[in-house]
Design a protein around this ligand. Structure first.
Ligand code: NAD
Length: 352
């Protein structure tokens, strides 16, 4: 076995159908007396019901969370937190809401209770992002790692099927890249393989029956594991491309992950045999890249960049940008090969 260093940073997790009911206990545990509840506009009713649930421990809501945490939104939320003297941030929603809570925590030091409603995994990471002038910057800071995470699968039954599948593939991407990360270790590899198996197994069942409680539990369990991998292992080519396509070309987050992932895995597959072996085991298929493509295509997720509105004429520029500031990747990032990868993803070609 190779040498490794393993130092996991993870928060407290309360998991289970109906787990939201434990929020008052968890808020009290953190000493919250003036909690600010954050959400997207679409979850404003849910945010208000949480304020009611918390009673005197709640100070108010901020329901303006938006994709990729625009700096102006973060400032507005911070102003609200300061005006209300918030001593705890409760983020209910997907990665956009968790991301907003992280931006506020960074400036206020208030602890975060995250209640995820998608499979994005941000609640398990000390990574935060802020977007200004069309550019997204990301960084790590231990202060933004949620102190407590309440995973309640019942909250995910309303997640539309399409978004459930793309969000699940977003989580799978964390696990898949975590398997060949430069700083992967045997523990993150176990989590990644199990997380991948759990989500990939749950998505077809969710597609058949979106309110299937067992499948929703399994998917959220997998999202938790994949999120830990994202927070504790460095990401590579796939995340770089998605970051670029989202940040510079404004493509939607989880859908882009779904369309790019099979091609990024196909690109790296020849040089990461051990990671591939784990993916084969987790997916129960001999070719993980093709299996992930089929998972998207057969369950109504977008599987081409063209379908997401990415212009063919932008392939060259995207390839040049990806090569100009590459992340570490197990296979060298070469212009022609990346151009070919992006073209395949644009066309929605099945790998293999
Ligand atoms: P999101 O949070 O933007 O949610 C997408 C939409 O779905 C929103 O309109 C939201 O209100 C709605 N929604 C969420 N849960 C729902 C539910 N259960 N039922 C019905 N509607 C629901 O999407 P996301 O994919 O979760 O997060 C994407 C963002 O998170 C991106 O900005 C991404 O960069 C960031 N992210 C960050 C990290 C990190 O570690 N920092 C990790 C993953 C993602």
């Amino acid at each position: 076995m190779q040498s490794f260093v393993c130092e996991l940073s993870v928060g407290r997790v309360v998991f289970g159908a109906g787990a939201l009911a434990h929020l008052p206990r968890e808020a009290e545990r953190l000493g919250a007396n003036r909690a600010l509840v954050l959400s997207t506009p679409g979850h404003a009713d849910l945010a208000r019901s949480i304020v009611e649930m918390l009673g005197s421990r709640a100070a108010g809501t901020f329901c303006g969370a938006a994709m990729h945490v625009p700096v102006a939104t973060a400032r507005e939320a911070l102003r609200t937190a300061r005006t209300l003297s918030a001593d705890c941030l409760i983020a209910i929603g997907g990665g956009s809401t968790t991301g907003l809570a992280k931006a506020v925590a960074l400036e206020s030091d208030a602890p975060i209770v995250a209640i995820p409603t998608t499979y994005a995994g941000s609640e398990m990471t000390p990574i935060y992002g802020l977007t200004e002038g069309g550019e997204k910057r990301t960084a790590r800071d231990p202060r933004v790692l949620p102190r407590t995470v309440i995973y309640d699968p019942e909250l995910t039954t309303t997640l539309p099927v399409g978004l459930s599948v793309t969000s699940g593939l977003n989580a799978i991407a964390h696990a898949a890249e975590g398997l060949y990360a430069r700083d992967a270790n045997p523990f993150t590899a176990l989590l990644a393989e199990e997380g991948l198996r759990a989500i990939a197994g749950a998505l077809p069942a969710i597609h058949r029956a979106p309110r299937d409680g067992a499948a929703r539990s399994q998917a959220l369990y997998g999202a938790w594991l994949c999120g830990i991998v994202l927070g504790n292992a460095g990401m590579a080519l796939h995340h770089k491309l998605c970051h670029l396509l989202g940040g510079t070309f404004n493509l939607p987050h989880s859908e882009t992950h779904a369309a790019v992932l099979p091609h990024a895995i196909a690109y790296n597959a020849p040089v990461v045999p051990e990671a591939l072996e784990r993916m084969v085991r987790a997916l129960g298929r001999p070719d993980p890249a093709a299996a992930l493509y089929d998972l998207a295509r057969d369950h109504e997720a977008p599987y081409s960049l063209q379908a997401l509105g990415f212009a063919e004429g932008d392939i060259d520029r995207a390839a040049e940008l990806a090569v100009a500031h590459p992340y570490w990747n197990p296979r060298p990032i070469e212009l022609e090969a990346i151009r070919a990868l992006l073209r395949n993803a644009w066309e929605g070609k099945r790998p293999g």
